[in-house]
Design a protein around this ligand. Sequence first.
Ligand code: UDX
Length: 493
Amino acid sequence: MTVEGVGRVRKGDLQLTSVNPAQKSFRVCVVGSGYVGLTTGACLAFLGHRITCIDQNTCKIEAMKRGETGIFEPGLDKLLRLAAGNIAFTTSGETDLEQADVVILAVGTPSLPDGRVELSQVREAADKIGKNLTGDRFRVVAVKSTVPAGTGKMVKDLLRKASGRKGSTSFAVASNPEFLREGSAVQDMLYPDRIVIGVEERAAAETLAALYRPVLEQEFVPPPFCPRPGGYGFPALITSDITTAEMIKYAANAFLVTKIGFINEIAGLCDYTGADVTAVARAIGLDHRIGQHFLRAGIGWGGSCFGKDTAALLNMGSEFACDLPVLRGAVEVNRRQRLRAVEKLQHALKGVRGCTIGLLGLAFKPNTDDLRDAPALDIARRLLSMGARVKAYDPVTMNNCRTLYPDLEIEYAEDVISLAEGCDALVLVTEWEEFTHLPLASMAAVMNRRVLVDGRNALDPPEVQKEGFVYLGFGRGTGEKFEGDILVQREHK
Ligand code: UDX
């Protein structure tokens, strides 16, 4: 099966049975095969580059050799199968590092209790890479891990020290942050809004621009399971110095956190005034300077990135005695937000002691099995500490939860009906698609009392109320609808 030549012409309708031929195929080593490293390696392999994923975890590497990603990420396993001819996995990789054109550093950078970023994996990876930067061929070492502004210089020093080439220019360091969302990582990698590269020299920028050319020019045939989004154009390429690129990553996540914090603050006031925050969000989001996304009020954000990155940024601020009150406030709003769900239950049930509460969803967001910083866990802990009985149903991550939190006394249900049995209230915690059309009548029939806290403002209050539930959202207003001769609401493009 031949794929037409590459160029700025796009092909969306060809059925692909293997990988795309890259304009220039690079030999790439990806050090660290976690969620970011594996997604990056799989996508670059699919785009026609020759990838070696290196990880010190033997079990993980052996699993990936069997085609098992070990990660719940829609499409990633299919992509790895498509790209199998272009990707290899190893715990060593010394030879591959020596021969690589580009090395991508994608190891973990976990958060320390005081917010500082733990860089030991970055140091170990830089040392391993440096020891194998032999020869005079020009290579780029791109840091994709999220690292504090200024870390690029540390990596460069470590590479020079490990390679024994104090003044050598046979390699360049770059920053290449990722903006992948869990649950849509493959899409975010193939169809990004922008690609950011931070460099000290032009040759590094040219190398990375060539590496990402298939994405920048959208000249690949999309995978059947991840088509090019309608209306998608071409991503921007942002080139900056290394520190600026590192800061771009933090600023992006900090702004998303601030946007969510803002709408949750407004939702809190809407709970008192009776305004409908979803209508407020839609109306302000139509202002092109604001935008519709990330204005969904509810129990707030979780996940592995927002908490870690905001803590790191606040720590950076404190190291420079630079106060960040806007970000601090957004983080504080979020800390309180998830427990607002418990307060709503206390009010509606006149106390939760002895009550049975059913959690609809455990994952921190839909289409992932990730429980890191999941609001469900804090909500369950608070309810249990107040003497309530807690049940939960999640279509994907219940086993994960049992394994990771064996001491959390949650009763796991097999489906939404068995979850509802005997409950006094339900809390919609994760807006899984199946929870947006619940069999409410059947659930109401088996409940003790019928309170529903909509933690994601995902349901329609009248639909819920007509099944006999007390509906409690976040800033959903009085529910009055203007029934007059409604003017035609043209959808703003
Ligand atoms: C985020 C960033 O979006 C991504 O660019 C970065 O690389 C990693 O961190 P992720 O955490 O995977 O991605 O998920 P995202 O879709 O951003 O949602 C994060 C959290 O915000 C979720 O808990 C979600 O429920 C919450 N959220 C999101 C809201 O509460 N309201 C919103 O309007 C949007």
